[in-house]
Write a protein of this length. Sequence first.
Length: 161
Amino acid sequence: MKLRTLTIAALFILSFAIAGGLLLLNGLSVLAQDKIIAPGASDAQIDVFFNPIDTNSDRVISFEEFSVKQQSNFAKLDTDKNGQITLVEYTVEAQSKPDKLAKETSKFASLDTNQDGNLTLEEFEAPRRQQFDDMDANCDGQMSWAEFAATVRNKPMPKSC
């Protein structure tokens, strides 16, 4: 039961992290704006965040593991399954909400780095890739538990590459 509770809590937090906000978990303040910042996090609390991302349980996170949600979101938005997302596909949920539509249109434009009116998976994942690379202190293409924990605790390791 304890593992199930931790897994549910981790999924809730990770889902909340995508939306952005501030929450309190077991007395731990978590700032969630596409990343988790919890300065006072214990090792056990870090594990609650880390373990669901580390899908093969090897204690390191590859970019593929780190970007699973992004890839899933891309697949959902690419409704015609042509490997690209158009502005219409990207903003479909915001069409009836003018304020949200303007924000999503602006976000789409910032992601569309080649300005061709379509987002590739690479463009869509670029912010997530940058976040991953920032956390990968030794530039080995993997995020160790220590690198992840240091970032969550808001004390990122210095780059050594």
